[in-house]
Design a protein around this ligand. Structure first.
Ligand code: NI
Length: 160
């Protein structure tokens, strides 16, 4: 288990476009394990590889704490509906902002065996998928936030 340093807003790596992950090497396997460890350690519900300084299209998500989801090379196939709500990001510590996202998404991605699969998601999971895929294209939620960001009280932090 290894916790990696989470890059924060202003770090140039967060604004770059990540490259496809072409094969499951030992190095990539360790990266993915570290991403899950780092996300859980930070009490986040999602983490994208560029947030730990690696420009690869890898996302880990767990919106319940019991449903780890790995998306390698994710592609949003369909989005529909709309939800407006608070969003946070481990790269923007202590802040939250109101962001409107699709309420339903269909995503195609590869799993740990590099097999393609499709997943449909609603509500918080749909929001998390959109947020994390944005990271792979160099975008932070703060670009989409409506109005100024708010401070999050320490005890109630809920970050993605
Ligand atoms: Ni984020």
């Amino acid at each position: 288990m290894a916790i990696r340093k989470i890059r924060e807003i202003g770090d140039p790596v967060l604004y770059k476009i990540s490259k496809e992950m072409s094969s499951m090497t030992l190095r990539n396997r360790m990266l993915i394990d570290d991403m899950f460890d780092t996300m859980y350690e930070a009490d986040g519900v999602g983490l994208a590889a560029p947030q730990v300084g690696v420009l690869k299209r890898i996302v880990v998500i767990d919106v319940t704490g019991e449903d780890p989801l790995l998306l390698i090379n994710p592609v949003l196939l369909e989005t529909s509906g709309e939800q407006t709500g608070n969003e946070g990001c481990l790269s923007v510590p202590g802040k939250t902002g109101v962001v409107t996202r699709p309420s339903h998404v269909k995503v195609r991605a590869q799993n740990k065996e590099m097999e393609w699969f499709e997943l449909e998601a609603d509500e918080l999971l749909a929001r998390a998928i959109c947020h994390e895929v944005d990271h792979l294209d160099g975008h932070l939620y703060v670009e989409k936030a409506e109005g100024p960001l708010q401070d999050v009280p320490d005890e109630e932090e809920e970050e993605e």
